[in-house]
Design a binder for this molecule. Structure first.
Ligand SMILES: Cc1cc2nc3c(=O)[nH]c(=O)nc-3n(C[C@H](O)[C@H](O)[C@H](O)COP(=O)(O)OP(=O)(O)OC[C@H]3O[C@@H](n4cnc5c(N)ncnc54)[C@H](O)[C@@H]3O)c2cc1C
Ligand code: SF4
Length: 565
């Protein structure tokens, strides 16, 4: 049954959707935001500043909590007993993997989405990324260049608050930064070793507030970030965009509402969405002049693939056949771990500050010549160490009983580990579609993943393992080992593609403003429009591109291309 007509309906309230609803509400439009899960309330949902032994299940959560769920696989760090308040993570809606695919799809269904728990690494993309196809001849360029998007990167950074330094590196354009997060002794030791092997080790760009910013408090370095911040000292929709949108009184926020499809009128244009109310299991329709999808990359494609009509028999806005295609991800894995014996005997101080990506090794390969290495493009590495609350290296040393425990204590200040972030290349065999047979508990066809790592990213993986051997030697460290294989696809949560943008309607789903070529009142505000990943993370660019898309849409409202409801 129709409820009400809005100017815009926004699906998803995460980094992308939250930004869209803030921008549109502040411009005076009446917006209905629809979110698949409950409203996240930090005061009720987070149990921070406690030791694991203070929690009933020692931080792991009730082992029976997923017993009757359709998708029983637990998610990593973010889904723990520290954030077990409401039902924040998606386990009711199952997905499927094609034979040979092992995609790990972690979903936060609460308002604000995954950026309630994200790592906050927030570097700008550059022309080395946007024009990569021109440089190395592979794939498609992005339909924008750096000069065009830079003002929106600045706008996003100034709003979010990103801490870093100016570094003048070709693959990492500098931005508008808060003071960097202070380094620890171990960072200087890693940097010295890295310098010897010609690899940069620099402050990361981190969306964490080193000083009070835009009414948000400075970080107090409690180190709970991946379990959510209870004071809003890093960018998250819960503390930033959602309250901003609500302050305008132009927002209607619907929760526990799982959008199934985009509805179309007699001309095939978007006229609203249909969602399942999780509480009543009823299907409800909401109407609007413009629809924005921001359900997070693959789920946006899922909704579009499920939006079949006589106008759009293979999914809405899919005349190019590119919907669901070009699925990419960051290959993640540990290319090396070990310890610095020179730190043995030093006191164990809680210096794993803020659980954050304090420093990283930004891409250093293929900068002068795009084909210097055996692979094209390039990867970055996060190296970390210091004394975390929990000795994460426990499984890297052998032992049993009290000797094992005292070894863990002895090594506390010394371990160093790394994480590679290597972009996959678009491939015709990596895509999502809907499962022809399997449906979720609401009767919606399941999203199905088809994905394998390609040769290029696997060459980067091998390269990073050799670099770590050199680094440990250069640091005077002792390497204990490396992961035998990369993490499962999906682990990074930086998937891109599936609704790529481009100038040519025959080869892309949206135009350069993220407005679908076929359906001009349907826009996308998430990483599904990015044609290829980079060595950098996606969230700050999602916010920047969403801001740019909304500015373009508001221009269209001004010009009468879109009418107010
Ligand atoms: C532990 C962790 C570390 C991370 N580290 C980093 C990092 O360092 N840097 C970085 O850039 N990124 C990082 N990320 C990834 C980052 O969180 C995501 O890129 C970002 O949150 C994506 O935003 P989004 O709005 O596209 O999607 P989401 O955050 O997933 O939001 C999507 C929203 O849409 C809603 N939704 C989904 N489906 C439907 C539907 N059918 N109907 C209605 N609503 C729906 C969901 O409820 C959710 O609120 C990390 C993530 C995690 C969890
Ligand atoms: S370390 Fe800072 S940003 Fe992280 S949870 Fe604590 S106060 Fe929040």
């Amino acid at each position: 049954m129709p409820v009400k007509k809005f100017d815009v309906v926004v699906v998803g309230t995460g980094a992308g959707g939250g930004t869209a609803m803030k921008m549109l509400c502040e411009a005076g439009l009446r917006v209905c935001a629809i979110n698949s899960g409950p409203r996240l309330e930090p005061a009720k949902d987070y149990r921070l500043h406690r030791q694991v032994y203070d929690l009933k299940y020692r931080g792991f959560g009730d082992p029976l909590r997923l017993q009757d769920k359709a998708h029983q696989e637990p998610y990593s760090v973010e889904e723990s007993e520290y954030s077990e308040g409401h039902d924040l993570f998606e386990h009711d809606v199952a997905y499927s993997n094609a034979p040979g695919t092992d995609w790990y799809w972690k979903r936060c269904k609460a308002t604000g989405g995954k950026a309630n728990f994200w790592g906050r690494s927030s570097a700008r993309f550059g022309d080395i990324d946007f024009k990569a196809a021109d440089l190395d001849g592979f794939g498609e360029n992005w339909p924008v260049d750096y000069a065009e998007i830079a003002p929106w990167f600045s706008k996003a950074e100034r709003y979010m608050g990103v801490a870093s330094t100016v570094q003048n590196r070709p693959s990492n354009p500098d931005g508008d930064y808060l003071p960097p997060i202070p380094w620890r002794c171990i960072d200087y030791m890693i940097q010295k070793g890295a310098e010897k092997i010609g690899v940069p080790y620099l402050p990361d760009r981190c969306a964490q507030l080193t000083v009070a910013h835009n009414g948000h408090p400075a970080c107090h370095y409690c180190g709970n970030c991946s379990r959510g911040c209870d004071v809003g000292a890093f960018f998250s929709p819960t503390w930033f965009t959602i309250p901003d949108a609500e302050a305008t009184k132009n927002l209607t926020l619907l929760t526990n509402a799982l959008v199934r499809c985009v509805l179309v009128d007699e001309n095939g244009l978007a006229k609203g969405v249909a969602y399942t109310d999780r509480a009543t299991q009823r299907e409800v329709e909401i109407y609007a002049e413009v629809v924005v999808l921001a359900a997070s990359c693959v789920e946006t494609a899922h909704i579009m693939l499920n939006s079949k009509s006589r106008h759009w028999p293979s999914g809405i806005a899919n005349s190019s056949g590119q919907l669901g295609r070009n699925l990419c991800d960051h290959l993640y894995g540990g290319p090396g771990f070990g310890h610095l014996p020179q730190l043995l005997g030093q006191p164990a101080t809680p210096d794993n500050i803020a659980d954050s990506t304090v420093a990283w090794m930004p891409r250093w390969q293929n900068l002068r010549n795009p084909r210097e290495e055996k692979f094209i493009r390039g990867y970055s590495v996060y190296v970390g160490g210091g004394c975390g609350e929990f000795p994460g290296y426990y499984n890297q040393i052998e032992g049993f009983g009290s000797e094992y425990k005292s070894n863990i204590r002895r090594y506390y200040p010394t371990p160093v580990g790394a994480l590679i972030q290597a972009p996959s290349l678009p491939s015709p065999t990596n895509f999502v579609d809907t499962d022809p047979v399997k449906k979720d508990i609401f009767g919606i066809p399941q999203l199905r993943f088809h994905f394998q790592w390609g040769e290029n990213e696997l060459l980067m993986w091998e390269h990073s393992k050799l670099m770590m051997i050199d680094l440990f030697k250069a640091m005077g460290g002792e390497m204990w080992g490396a992961d035998s294989e990369p993490n499962r696809p999906g682990t990074s949560l930086h998937e891109t593609g599936v609704c790529r943008f481009g100038a040519n309607p025959k080869t892309s789903v949206t135009n350069k403003w993220a407005q679908t070529h076929d359906v001009p009142n349907l826009y996308i505000c998430d990483a599904s429009i990015f044609p290829s990943p980079t060595d950098k993370t996606t969230t700050m660019p999602i916010v920047a591109f969403a801001m740019r898309t909304c500015d373009h849409m508001l221009g269209n409202f001004g010009k009468g291309v879109h009418r107010r409801a």
